[in-house]
Write a protein that binds this ligand. Structure first.
Ligand code: GLN
Length: 232
């Protein structure tokens, strides 16, 4: 009822590091598009929450086992996930792309991956996409639990490439000079805030109502442009 939901502090799972959506600033505080959106929506819709940076796959599993009330983690709204979760209205369009080490001139397309290792992140759309073309192009996928470990494997040269969401790899390529994008973006699903299927429906409604208001007021665009260049 109203009383119970008023005092409730929602537990929200997120990724460990997925800039520009969630990452720690120099003081260790979690910031980014997802974090700022959630903060603005919670203030506007008057609910309390705590963020649990569990890692992407762990956050999704925690939601499934009801250890958290919601997940915001650049989580793609896929048909498969819709069997287990209810999603908010989409708030960001994404897609998957490949990246290699900046000094790599050998890999210019998927056909150059033959016999090589490719780093991916467990439980993600990037992983699913890489897996779907692995046998066709003859490469092996090496899974990691979080994005920084995946990037390290490419930087160290163990893997020649990685696959991840376009806005995230584009941000990495722009802000650090050790990885660069190769090829075109593959179609991917948009991001949504997720709750367990049939669970926390009042939270989902508040998220959607807040998102709508932030879009109307221009606050949503302000948050996005704080973390992204205009042409993104
Ligand atoms: N958008 C991707 C997915 O949902 C990756 C999310 C992430 O790594 N945080 O699978």
């Amino acid at each position: 009822g109203a009383e119970a939901s008023q005092g409730k502090v929602y537990q929200i799972g997120t990724d460990i590091t997925f800039a520009p959506f969630e990452f720690q600033d120099t003081s260790g505080k979690y910031v980014g598009i997802d974090m700022d959106l959630l903060d603005a929506i919670a203030k506007e819709q008057n609910f309390q929450y705590v963020v649990k940076p569990l890692g992407f796959n762990a956050a999704v599993q925690a939601l499934e086992s009801k250890q958290v009330d919601g997940v915001i983690a650049g989580m793609s709204i896929t048909d498969e996930r819709k069997q287990k979760f209810d999603f908010s209205d989409p708030y960001f369009d994404s897609g998957v792309i490949m990246a290699v080490r900046s000094d790599n001139t050998d890999i210019t397309g998927y056909e150059d991956l033959k016999g090589k290792k490719v780093a991916v992140k467990t439980g993600t759309e990037g992983y699913t996409f890489a897996q779907s073309i692995a046998s066709k192009y003859g490469f092996t996928v090496v899974p990691f639990d979080d994005s920084s470990l995946m990037y390290e494997d490419v930087k160290s040269g163990n893997s020649v490439a990685c696959f991840e969401d376009y806005p995230v790899l584009a941000y990495v390529a722009k802000t650090k000079d050790d990885l660069k994008l190769v090829g075109d973006k593959e179609k991917g699903a948009s991001y949504g805030f997720a709750v367990g299927k049939g669970q926390n429906q009042e939270l989902l409604e508040k998220f959607n109502a807040g998102l709508k208001d932030l879009k109307a007021s221009g606050e949503y665009d302000r948050i996005k442009s704080k973390y992204l260049a205009e042409n993104n």
